[in-house]
Design a protein around this ligand. Sequence first.
Ligand code: EPZ
Length: 423
Amino acid sequence: MDAIRLRGGNRFSGVIPIAGAKNAALPLMAASLLTDEPLRLANLPGVADIASMKNLLVTHGVAVANGEAAGEASFDASGVRDTTAPYDLVRRMRASVLVLGPLVARFGRARVSLPGGCAIGTRPIDLHLEALRRLGAEIDLVDGYVEARAPRRLAGADFTFPSVSVGATENALMAACLARGESVLRNAAREPEIVDLGRCLIAMGATIEGLGTDVLSIQGTDRLRGARHRVIADRIEAGTYAIAASMAGGDVTLEGANPETLRALLDTLAGSGVEIAENGDRLRVVSPGGNTAGMDLVTQPYPGFPTDLQAQIMSLTTVASGASRITETIFENRFMHVPELLRMGADIRVRGATALIRGVSRLKGAEVMATDLRASVSLILAGLVAEGETVVNRIYHLDRGYESIEAKLAACGADIERIAAPA
Ligand code: EPZ
């Protein structure tokens, strides 16, 4: 297992190209199951989760062909013969459950393993199943698998999500596109990745209104066609590097970022003394480094402060001037980075879903352990400013969602390298 070694203290300046959004690409790839014509995607990020989803689609019988340019691939589901998503694949990547809606909508059946929990929480899929049941699917749980059937095609429904769920909204949105009649999905998630999925579905012939709002109206159709679609930029990658520049100090331009999708973070950083300049899809972050002002924030569904940037912003607060409070409302166990940050000399106290952080003048490098994707990157950020050397182990978590992170950071002056983990 690889590790990443950093030596902290360098200022951070340069240009970072932002990759396509992992959390948009995954549902977009699943959407290829909705049609028997090729779906061509561009700007797919080179991260492990994309490879995992390609692998799952291939087991279903989707013909996946990489395009000429990096990040391009076509997905042809005309030959799908197997509607089972096996436990061994689903347990490795929860987003595999996004094949459930498309499979049952197009083929009238699906057998998808329950994903099981992960480091940040139990992460049930009851909202996915409730939405599909309202669309007419018969659903049983058998031997750890969801067995879904729609012998007479799905039927449009008016459904209100009891709580906001990105994945459940995506599964229901995709399924409703092939249901008979109109569907209305209320209390739907509004993340930019869902808007991107909706735009692609419309290009495939779907009729969808309300993208970007919490009420989605879908007019079902008998079939969808192939399309070409470019994945939006990854707002979480961009936000991660904006926080890195804010911590280390420097002048960084994020190329391809869409500031509109990062409003909550950018307002938070500006409020703590970081200079932000927006110029189309170039986002410039200038910071004196360290002693940014403390903050009090609560993670919320979009457009609130994203839970996927919570661990990263907490790293920033560990070296901010003064006290900060961070409340995590989306996942029940998303403070796994705290024990590792404490080992680097951070001053953090967790009370239930709230962490109280007092800024320290300097973190100390240490050997630390990654536990999940965003926790691992928060340790990288801490290592950028810590005194001495930091080694982050189990960085396979990192490779799931960050493309070439050490190359991008080194290009901005970070003293960072990937090493074979000490035996
Ligand atoms: C998506 O996960 C993202 N993953 C997550 O990003 C992100 O943290 C999350 O949305 C919230 O923004 C992808 O898009 C692939 P949810 P998802 O359904 O869809 C509970 C990353 O780091 N819930 O919005 O699984 C759930 O347990 C990953 O890139 C139910 O109770 O998130 C959680 O507490 C991590 N029942 C809350 O809702 C359900 O049926 C929000 O989950 C579904 C969810």
